[in-house]
Design a protein around this ligand. Sequence first.
Ligand SMILES: *Cc1c(COP(=O)(O)O)cnc(C)c1O
Length: 231
Amino acid sequence: MESNYSFVDENLRVIRENVREAAEKYGRNSGDIRIMAVTKTVAPDIVNHAVSLGIDLLGENRVQEYLSKAGSYSPAEVQFIGGLQTNKVKYIIESVSMIQSVDSLKLGAEIDRLAAKHGKVMDILCEVNIGGEDSKGGVAPDKLRELIGQLTLLKNIRIKGLMTIPPPTDSDIFLGKMQELFNKLREEKISGADMQVLSMGMTHDYTQAIKYGSTLVRIGTGLFGARNYSK
Ligand SMILES: *Cc1c(COP(=O)(O)O)cnc(C)c1O
């Protein structure tokens, strides 16, 4: 069984090497950059093979798909990275360690309420729509500070940083803007916001994202191959 998935071994080897090289090139410590395996459309057996190779963080972006697969996963940390409706928070609140896609007070408040109910504090990232694209989730950059201020008042969530999916073109500009926003918030030392994680970079732009300070790259296609959307 394992040998069928050897393409994952090779892909992961290349990704790790690229991360190491980019870190070196841009004066970063490669130990400060975490690799997340994004699992959408990928069968649990293949995800588990990646876990056997040392992947310790899975990224889920569809609640239903995650629920159908979670029972088959090998032990690994899971974070939610997709658009999330408030009425679905209850399905993931117990099993994920972080929700990266918080872009409204309404969603943050529901996570806070359910986290309290389960006796936990949920780590979150604020998703920023850095390119101002209609098709994407995320808070507008000029509304970010206000949202963070509101979220810090909620005791059962803990703000850990920012997440973005930048527009496919002009990556450098948008990744650079995210780094600026992130650094500014860090320097502000906002009480209740522990800005440690800058989640940005996907298959097509993760080495560039490392240039601009990413601490968590989210890789799907580059690890598992092209997605099969027909299923
Ligand atoms: C699908 C997805 C990724 C991974 O994208 P690839 O281009 O396949 O690496 C990363 N982040 C989010 C939020 C995604 O939905």
